[in-house]
Write a protein of this length. Sequence first.
Length: 296
Amino acid sequence: MEKIFGIDVSYHNGTINWSKVKSEGVKFAILRAGRTSLSSSKTMAKDIKFEEYYKQAKAIGMPIGAYYYSRCATVAEGKVEGKFIVNLLRCKKFEYPVFLDVEDTEVLKKTSKRQLTDAVKAMAKVVEDAGYYVAIYSGKYILRDHLIESELSKYDKWIAHYAKECGYKEKDLMMWQFGGETNLLRNKKINGIPYASTDQNYCYVDYPSLIKSKGLNGFNKPATSEYITNKVPYYVITKGKLNIRKSPTTEADILHTAPKGVRYKITKVSKNGKWGYAPYRKGWLSLNKKYVFVEK
């Protein structure tokens, strides 16, 4: 896949004219959602420009992701940060991953490789379990010297390395931050952003397609061939016992459990294409082909 040019921004970048940014050829933006403070209390806070940037980028159709500047050093702190991140992202959609920014100098100095790895894994799991595509932002040498990289191999890496070449294994490189205040590849100034320099990146993955296909980051997973896609009305027959529910979700109350071989008329389909309404039972049943088949 060809590299995709994008930026990452925080409140430091000031008031952004996103239309001008887009006209510069910027194809995506990673927004800082928040950070944990340096204080002993490790106070967590939302980036003061996060909501503004999110709304403005969405308004012009700019694909976006998010990152959180972490200072977790224990499993407990990782879980707390993870929950805070999930709350920041709620009711939003992101075409790019949610990146956990692991680079804080003080944390690296005071935390063992084992402790930091466990903390990051705990944070990542909380965010991942909430339905987000999690990735890690860091430097090549931080990953090597301060984290047990093999235990984080399931997470895509966004590598910061200001040079003409990344110097990271190509097969492991999903995104490369190649410039900021130092930029050897492009003009460090982006039109539409008042700050003298802007962090710039190349991405090597079609994240929008990948994330949407998995139904992550606020997107619904599209209906696939696993589910019946016939035009309503039509009839299905149960392949075995099947619950009929009050609404089209597995969390809804069960109205009736149909035995094998029962025929139902389907008159409408849920928005995600996974459930069909059976008026005879005034409820919803799964249209997964594992459970029902269409009457010929």
